[in-house]
Design a protein around this ligand. Structure first.
Ligand SMILES: [Zn+2]
Length: 231
């Protein structure tokens, strides 16, 4: 099994440019990017769309003129067509989280490919564009998963900050507290079905604004790193 702690440590030590093909070739999931101290963070929401919380997250983001990245599931797009298009049209990034949320490390190459292709087709159908980034369910990778991601040039995105909104007894207060630990360049993991995250979101966006942070999409964050590396 892929060792994320080790990969994260390697990134910290080497300070290697995390994005782009180098990360893929090294089979490294992206946790954060080097923005050169620029106060950018990327809020990400997994597992959507659903017809309850997801549309409200999109609404709150729009009301706050903020953007986020939604790692969506193909099976959910089939259940709730049209919602991904709305999120995309509001300026959010739509990214791949597989078709059916499987344990990817247990799948063979044909199945891994199908899990990605099937959701990519649905995303393209809704947004007119292919998704550019991927997040593995349960953070689970295998050599086969990396092989397929490399072939598709899809960076695998984890996150340096998780609000752990799936925990039992979680509250909006705890979620806010965890979100505010984010530093420049961090990718923050949330779930688009969490009513607690929805409740916390307006204050999270306000607080980041007050601290001088801009919330950007994952691709924008990766582009900020690429620009930083060219300096
Ligand atoms: Zn998930």
């Amino acid at each position: 099994m892929f060792n994320f702690k080790l990969a994260a440590a390697a990134l910290l030590i080497t300070g290697v440019g995390i994005m782009n093909l180098s990360a893929l070739e090294k089979n490294l999931a992206v946790n954060e990017v080097n923005t050169g101290g620029k106060k950018l963070v990327a809020l990400t929401f997994d597992d959507g769309p659903d017809d309850k919380v997801f549309p409200q997250l999109v609404k709150v983001l729009a009301e706050n003129k903020a953007k986020a990245t939604f790692f969506v599931l193909g099976k959910q797009i089939k259940l709730f067509p049209g919602l991904v298009k709305k999120a995309h049209d509001a300026g959010n990034e739509i990214a791949i989280h597989t078709f059916s949320h499987p344990h990817m490390a247990r799948l063979d190459e044909v199945s891994v490919t199908k899990e990605i292709d099937d959701v990519q087709k649905l995303v393209k159908g809704e947004t007119g564009q292919e998704a550019k980034v991927f997040r593995a369910p349960y953070g689970e990778h295998s050599e086969t998963v990396w092989k397929v991601l490399n072939a598709k040039k899809l960076p695998s995105i984890l996150g340096a900050t998780s609000v752990r909104d799936w925990e039992e007894g979680i509250t909006p207060e705890k979620i806010k507290e965890r979100a505010f630990k984010a530093k420049p360049g961090h990718i923050i993991i949330c779930h688009s079905w969490s009513v607690n995250t929805l409740a916390a979101l307006p204050e999270i966006l306000k607080e980041f604004r007050d601290r001088g942070y801009e919330t950007v999409t994952v691709s924008e964050l990766l582009a900020a790193e690429a620009a930083e590396e060219k300096k």
